[in-house]
Design a binder for this molecule. Structure first.
Ligand code: GDP
Ligand code: MG
Length: 740
């Protein structure tokens, strides 16, 4: 028996061919080039038992088409040299892709032994390959090895010798189906190839037929050389079927053939070859879901629905607990009101501590629901798809696909909150893209801005309310994206990071995981509300309260009140002091008059407070945008929290009702006030939408960016931008409307 065996090592690049080759041949190697091309040819000798093995390391390829020199070299070697055995090195951690080449060896009908390499890598990734099952299904010997350590190499060589000795073993080209159209034409042309012996001394007839259908230049050339007229006839048929496929399924035969090879491999792998520490089915299902979910047309629609769903889920289900918290803080305020004597301590506890921190803690349910919803999207893998779809648009503005969620959370659909939005930027890995996102999310219309928008739109544009609300959303997105672009072109200039995101397979989130994610984020928010915000809110209260009215002014108001009371009969005064809810006409008149004085007093106290003085001082600048001093106070107060704007406007415009819930009278008052008109309203609206983020957001920006520098930048940048915009609107608007 001839004990010299020719072996070819074939496989994908990086599957471990060279490693195995070196292990087998040691120092006994010969390195040259394949004839005619500069592709390295390495040959070596290996002794095993009595046999001498001549091993050739083929160039690494993924396929056996004629597209690259390596592929041509590999397949020419196989068909011309006809090695006794081909050892196909397959990377077990990347089985599907590697078996694609194996599949083509089988089509070629050469004797293949599969060396299942890198089983250590596969194992560490949770993949266990059932090599016995693979052997049965592929109908070729499979030997698991670790080329790097040499594990399994002896068995591999034993298998080589066995194959050689086993003379009864016959090698047949694998006859797989390529779909009806191609199967039919193969049945038609293979007999023609066989009868005319077209290239049959080199290739199996079916393989030649397949290559003609794949429009393989080399084979077509050789066929033309061998028998021009037959080759022409085959080519015509191939062109016919190509046209047919293009018009029916819009694909070339080679694409369909490739699809069927992959389908063949998939069906093998799905029969339990990949052991279930790793769920192949899940990957497969994910692919199917993604076909719909990231589809060019369906994708955005589904995304919009999901985001809308998240938004309405959050705001629908959080109203109840928000109500509980509101009544709790209301109850707390009332209790303090009843327990403590009148004075600055009581005022501070109610207006500073309870209203301030309570206002912030009141958001906790919204934040919890929002984070719960986001946790579902994130843990299930859907968020990655959203980022994937939005990336192209966002990239244009210097942002990233992962910027979408922070924008939505901050109020991109209206009514979010920039605080969780800023926190949500953590998913961005590039610092500059993250900063750009962080700085522009406060431009969204958060839930606290909505009452202000509703108030001003209601007062001045009540006829087109919905349209203006929609416009506000569009404008906020436009401004945010343009601002991002601007930042990325100036202070945050830098490369866009490529969006290489492997879409993870979908999985069912666990309830425990969701709760943990939700709580972690909510707790961070609560901690902040308890510390920084409490301090700030006390400070604001003090600024709007001190130094208060000088004594003689207070007395002046008291005198006015006494004078009015004096002009009414004792009966009316007594009626007012009692708690009869239904007052007589006279008593009601008196009450209104007294209320008016109280409001005047409150207004002048406010004017005299630090905040009031600031408001008046700011008038010298703010008048360019049409804001009067009272608006200024509200805007300064709004820095603490945007919802303060409505209540502060209420106080500042000294209305009977300073209840932020009841803005109807404020609305009418503003509509009638001589300082206000639709142009002023637009200018104020623009300013409120874009000026400095509220204090909590600023603190978050400082924390998330790791420096107060960016927090101050955000305050200054946004305020300057918003103010310039407001001036523009006011000045242009006044000229257009009033021609002045
Ligand atoms: P080739 O492109 O097919 O020649 O692949 P190489 O032999 O150059 O191997 C590619 C890389 O995989 C090298 O870093 C090897 O050290 C590594 N490698 C090869 N076989 C194994 C193995 O069984 N286990 C592990 N962990 N690494 C391997
Ligand atoms: Mg190599």
């Amino acid at each position: 028996m001839n004990n010299r065996i020719n072996i070819a090592l074939a496989g994908n690049p990086n599957a471990g061919k060279t490693t195995l080759f070196n292990r087998l041949t040691g120092a006994r190697q010969h390195v040259g080039n394949y004839p005619g091309v500069t592709v390295e040819k390495k040959t070596g000798i290996c002794q095993h038992n009595q046999a001498q093995l001549v091993v050739t390391d083929l160039p690494g390829t993924y396929s056996l088409t004629a597209y690259s020199v390596e592929e041509l070299v590999a397949r020419d070697f196989l068909v011309n040299e006809k090695p006794d055995v081909v050892i196909d090195i397959v990377d077990a951690s990347n089985l599907e892709r590697n078996l694609y080449l194996t599949c083509q060896f089988m089509e070629l009908g050469i004797p293949v032994i599969i060396a299942l390499n890198m089983i250590d890598v596969a194992h560490s990734r949770g993949v266990e390959v059932d090599h016995e099952k693979l052997e049965r299904l592929m109908r070729a010997p499979v030997v698991p090895i670790i080329a790097r350590t040499g594990k399994g190499v002896e068995q591999l060589l034993d298998t080589v010798l066995q194959c050689r000795a086993d003379s009864t073993r016959e090698w047949h080209p694998l006859n797989m189906s390529y779909g009806e159209d191609l199967d039919r034409i193969l049945e038609d042309i293979v007999p023609v190839i066989e009868e005319n012996n077209l290239l049959t001394d080199t290739y199996p007839a079916r393989w030649t037929g397949l290559k003609i259908l794949e429009n393989d230049d080399q084979i077509l050339d050789r066929a033309m050389h061998a028998d021009k007229s037959i080759a022409h006839g085959l080519l015509t048929k191939s062109e016919q079927v190509t046209r047919h496929l293009l018009s029916t399924v819009e694909a070339y035969p080679e694409a369909i053939i490739a699809d069927h090879r992959y389908g063949y491999i998939k069906s093998i792998l799905r029969q339990g070859v990949l052991a279930q520490r790793f769920d192949a089915d899940r990957l497969y299902t994910s692919d199917k879901i993604d076909k719909i979910v990231t589809n060019r047309f369906m994708g955005p629609i589904i995304m919009a629905l999901v985001l809308l769903g998240l938004y309405s889920f959050t705001f629908t289900y959080s109203t109840v607990p928000v109500g509980w918290l509101e009544s709790f803080f209301g109850f707390l305020g009332n209790s303090v009101d009843n327990l403590l004597p009148e004075g600055p301590v009581k005022s501070m506890i109610i207006s500073g501590v309870i209203d301030g921190a309570g206002g912030v803690l009141g958001f906790v349910p919204i934040i919890m629901f929002m984070f719960f919803g986001i946790a579902i999207l994130e843990d299930s893998g859907y968020l990655a798809r959203v980022a994937f779809m939005m990336d192209r648009i966002f990239r244009f503005f210097g942002l990233h696909g992962s910027s979408v969620m922070p924008f939505i959370v901050s109020g991109g659909i209206a009514g979010g909150c920039a605080v969780p939005g800023v926190m949500a930027t953590r998913t961005l890995r590039s610092p500059k893209e993250r900063m750009a996102t962080l700085l522009t999310v406060p431009f969204m219309n958060c839930g606290a801005k909505l009452p202000v928008l509703a108030l001003l739109i209601g007062a001045f544009f009540s006829e087109h309310q919905a349209r203006y609300m929609f416009l506000a959303t569009v404008v906020s997105w436009t401004v945010a994206l343009l601002a991002a672009k601007f930042l990325r072109m100036t202070v945050l200039r830098g490369e866009a990071t490529p969006f290489v995101m492997e879409l993870p397979p979908y999985r069912f989130p666990t309830f425990r995981g969701l709760l943990i994610h939700t709580w972690e984020r909510t707790w961070q928010y609560i901690k902040k509300a308890g510390t920084v915000i409490l301090g700030i809110s006390i400070l604001l209260w003090a600024m709007m309260t001190y130094p208060g009215l000088p004594e003689e002014k207070v007395q002046g108001f008291e005198q006015q009140k006494n004078k009015i009371v004096g002009s009414y009969t004792e009966q009316v005064v007594l009626e007012l002091q009692g708690d009869n809810p239904k007052l007589s006409e006279e008593a009601q008149k008196l009450k209104n008059k007294l209320l008016k004085i109280d409001n005047l007093m409150a207004e002048s106290a406010l004017q005299n407070s630090m905040a009031g003085r600031i408001g008046i001082a700011l008038e010298s600048v703010s008048r360019f945008a049409g804001f009067d001093w009272r608006t200024n106070i509200a805007l300064v107060g709004g820095f603490a929290a945007k919802e303060v704007i409505v209540s502060t406007l209420g106080t500042a415009y000294s209305l009977g009702s300073v209840d932020p819930e009841d803005s109807s009278s404020l609305k009418d008052r503003l509509a009638l006030d001589s300082n206000w008109n639709p142009i002023v309203a637009l200018s104020v609206l623009a300013f409120i939408m874009f000026y400095a983020p509220c204090f909590v957001t600023v603190v978050c920006i400082a924390k998330e960016s790791g420096s107060w520098k960016w927090a101050f930048f955000s305050m200054a940048f946004n305020t300057v931008f918003a103010f310039l915009l407001a001036i523009l609107i006011y000045q242009v608007g006044m000229i257009l409307v009033f021609g002045a």
